[in-house]
Write a protein that binds this ligand. Structure first.
Ligand code: ADP
Ligand code: GN1
Ligand code: MG
Length: 370
């Protein structure tokens, strides 16, 4: 971190109600969207940590609305956790207010910042290999949906409009191919064809939501397993984090996206595609954990589409990576050349594997749907 960045970070931190004397700040590098920092303060001889995040203003055009949603969602979660005899300090995010009592502040360049208490004794895993942890992480998402199923008040803001509107994502993709601003479309014709062959799938869940077959609910919408903090000692999924996209959606988005990442045998950006497959043991654990928490509030239509949702969300994400590659990598943070194309290819390889194992995935859902 340069001294200049450090100085501006210190000015940002001074805007929040933090206890003690700052000892250290470091960057947390997981995640493709926000910028996250971990700070350590000295308070009466012991250490206290905080998480500071610069909200990605390109992705979240209205950060105020993001924070209004998060305030409501965490407040509701705190009450539910207390009522259930849990520990709200570990089981949901806690926003640290600014000196003026606001949930966020702006720096001199106009960037938006927020601070959370750091939840200690737990960590996130970019790739989960232990089936028990996959079960626990998936169950945490089910419990999260349940906790928010009676969120009072108005509909939450859509922090990214049409975030999982797969048909609109397909339209954005077609537009990118048509405009081809970086002359990259010629490099990805097989991937473009792959999308076009599956274009009809893009309408399944959006049409279901529009005609009432599938219920709209408050969902997380970004359920990579690394958005669950796993307790270091018990291995339980204690807290669902990364709440920027909590908004009206479908439970199918959350389950499908958790499978996309959690049941893959390889990293999202693996370049050796032979390593990429769907691990049915992991899929079994994800389905079991999620359904244990969510089975009794899901409708038969939602249960019917669970297996398909994994394919659809993988398709949508692969198409988004491809669109961003064609557009010149303007959305997802990349760490090497062609990174978004590598990510796209793993998603498409996962789809082929899921298409091949569709019947077995269906039987696993049947086993747990009750
Ligand atoms: P992104 O949107 O970039 O994925 P996240 O909100 O998921 O950002 O945060 C990035 C990482 O920071 C997480 O994977 C987790 O390891 C860590 N983290 C975030 N919030 C907390 C918290 N309150 N306590 C502990 N660790 C956290
Ligand atoms: C982004 O923020 P992060 O890294 O958890 C993206 C998700 C994608 C994911 C792919 C707001 O998630 O939608 O599925 O990358 N988040 C946003 O890895 O676009
Ligand atoms: Mg995250």
């Amino acid at each position: 971190m340069t001294t200049e960045v450090m100085h501006s970070l210190k000015r940002v931190l001074a805007q929040f109600q933090l206890e003690g004397r700052l000892e250290n700040i470091q960057s947390v590098t997981t995640g493709h969207i926000n910028q996250t920092f971990l700070s350590r303060f000295r308070v009466n001889g012991s250490s206290k940590h905080y998480i500071h995040q610069r909200i990605n203003h390109y992705v979240f055009k209205e950060p105020e609305k993001v924070m209004l949603n998060i305030v409501r969602v965490t407040h509701h979660a705190q009450q539910k956790i207390l009522a259930a005899g849990g520990d709200p300090a570990r089981e949901t995010l806690h926003i640290i207010p600014t000196q003026n009592g606001a949930a966020f502040c702006q720096d001199e360049a106009g960037n938006y910042w927020r601070t959370y208490d750091f939840i200690a004794g737990a960590r996130t895993y970019d790739q989960i290999e232990d089936p028990r942890l996959a079960y626990n992480a998936s169950k945490a998402f089910g419990k999260f949906q349940r906790m928010l199923s009676d969120l009072p008040g108005e509909r939450l803001f859509e922090t990214i409009p049409n975030f999982h509107h797969t048909r609109k994502r397909l339209a954005d993709f077609s537009e990118a191919v048509h405009k081809d601003p970086c002359n990259r479309a010629r490099l990805v014709q097989p991937e473009i064809d792959f999308v076009l062959q599956r274009a009809a799938q893009a309408s399944v869940i959006v049409d279901g939501l529009a005609n009432g077959l599938i219920s709209e609910r408050v969902t997380h919408n970004d359920t990579k397993l690394n958005n669950v903090l796993i307790d270091d000692e018990t291995g339980e999924g204690i807290c669902v984090i990364d709440l920027d996209t909590v908004m009206p959606g479908s439970t199918l988005y959350d389950f499908g996206d958790a499978v996309r990442v959690g049941a893959s045998t390889a990293a999202e950006d693996e370049t050796n595609l032979e390593r990429v497959d769907i691990d049915l043991t992991m899929f079994d654990r994800l389905a079991c954990g999620y359904l244990e928490a969510a089975r009794d509030f899901l409708t038969p239509a939602e249960l019917d589409f669970l297996s398909f949702s994994a394919r659809l969300l993988t398709f949508e994400c692969g198409m988004r990576f491809l669109t961003d590659y064609i557009n010149g990598d303007v959305y997802f943070r990349i760490h090497r050349e062609h990174h978004n194309l590598d990510r796209c290819r793993t998603q498409f390889k996962m789809i082929l594997a899921m298409e091949e194992k569709a019947d077995r995935m269906m039987s696993i859902i049947e086993k747990y749907r009750g």
